[in-house]
Design a protein around this ligand. Structure first.
Ligand code: G3I
Length: 354
């Protein structure tokens, strides 16, 4: 039994009491580094501007051993309108990962939600478009070859309600083969990186999960080099107990490495907080965080790729930024509070890791 597990077992009574709503629930969650307690890498989404923020660094350096660029490795940031590239922010994040010994997760090469005038100018032009598509993937994935351990190669291919697939410039020019081509080009550009297909609401929308898993099965059957599956896990705190674990079992059924890739658990707050109170919501959040962590920890070691939280502190969350804060501008979706202190959800993760 490694030291860290013995340390965790020492904490188990406090963790257990915190879980059952006893008086001990007021005990502050243990400040045990997440990366030391988990049986897989624990990552967070990062923006280059955070790298010089001491409060952010205090959380990121202590608890995490993987990073995902939240947006600065995406087409919106690296591909300029004239077709040139600006990797300055992405390179800063890659340098932070290397200098702090963190695994770098590349996000995201092809996404229905993002294109560029550099592509729109050649939309529908056959081989010029196809060559530009290949060149883009080689430019980006090739730049981080040997530094990015893995990539979200295609992000969110399935329609919002699960009925079919996203329309986008990539599908208009290749048909659904845009997915196969993206993975083939990424495998050429970085043969050693794991290549992920990434999607959200797989735990909350069974119809979307069915469509996604059928797509994954088709890709694998065709020999498309998909070597990992990402379940983003942007969730509402009211997700029914057991739903996440059931979804994870289906997602893992193909035997691929699984990445919980963008975890946050929105409290929504607003009316909910008025009725239930923040404390009750935070304890529900802790229960769900425990179920997420345990669902991944229960997989075979070869499938436990990692767990990425979509931000360090509650205030770092995209859900706090307009227009995303429809629920509440003071949502508390992450594992550390605005001051960087562990929340009950942190204890929930630790219980789930154990
Ligand atoms: O930081 C700049 C700021 O300087 C500038 O004034 C402002 C207006 O242009 O933009 C700011 O950058 C924005 C950035 O978020 C930081 O807030 C970008 O425009 C904006 O596009 C970016 O949005 C990101 C979004 O993906 C689109 O890339 C969010 O941070 C990020 O959380 C979100 O993450 C996605 C995943 O990639 C895929 N799954 C869903 C998830 C949430 O939508």
């Amino acid at each position: 039994m490694t030291l860290r597990r013995r340390e965790l077992l020492h904490l188990a009574p406090a963790l257990a009491l915190a879980a059952c709503g006893s008086q001990a629930q007021e005990a502050p969650p243990p400040d045990l580094p997440l990366k030391d307690a988990a049986p897989f890498p624990v990552g967070l989404a990062v923006q280059s501007g955070s790298l010089t923020d001491a409060g952010w660094r205090a959380v990121a350096d202590r608890h995490f051993n993987q990073v995902t660029p939240e947006w600065e490795m995406k087409m919106e940031r690296v591909l300029q309108d004239d077709g040139s590239y600006d990797f300055s922010a992405a390179d800063a994040i890659a340098e932070y990962a290397a200098s702090t010994g963190k695994r770098l997760f590349g996000h995201a090469l092809i996404w229905y939600a993002q294109t560029s005038p550099a592509f729109e100018r050649i939309d529908g032009q056959g081989s010029p478009f196809q060559a530009a598509y290949r060149n883009y993937i080689h430019e980006v994935a090739g730049r981080y070859r040997g530094r990015a351990a893995a990539w979200d190669v295609v992000n969110e291919p399935v329609a919002e309600d699960g009925d079919g697939f996203r329309d986008c410039v990539w599908r208009r020019n290749f048909g659904m083969a845009y997915i196969d081509r993206a993975f083939e080009h990424a495998a050429e550009a970085d043969p050693n990186a794991l290549l992920f297909l990434n999607e959200y609401n797989l735990e909350s929308l069974p119809a979307k999960r069915v469509t996604f898993l059928r797509l994954l099965e088709d890709l694998l059957r065709r020999g498309t080099p998909v070597t990992g599956v990402g379940t983003q896990s942007h969730m509402d705190v009211e997700l029914a107990p057991g739903a996440y674990a059931a979804a994870m079992r289906e997602i893992a059924a193909f035997g691929l490495p699984v990445h919980v890739s963008e975890l946050d658990i929105s409290l929504g707050r607003g009316a909910k907080a008025m009725v239930q109170g923040d404390r009750a919501l935070l304890l529900k959040q802790a229960r769900l965080a425990e179920e997420v962590a345990r669902s991944l920890a229960d997989l075979p070691a070869a499938q436990r790729f990692g767990l990425t939280i979509w931000g360090a502190r509650d205030g770092d969350s995209w859900l706090r930024r307009p227009p995303n804060n429809g629920g509440s501008p003071t949502d508390q979706p992450l594992m550390f509070d605005d001051a960087g202190r562990p929340k009950p959800a942190t204890a929930g993760l630790l219980r789930g890791f154990g």
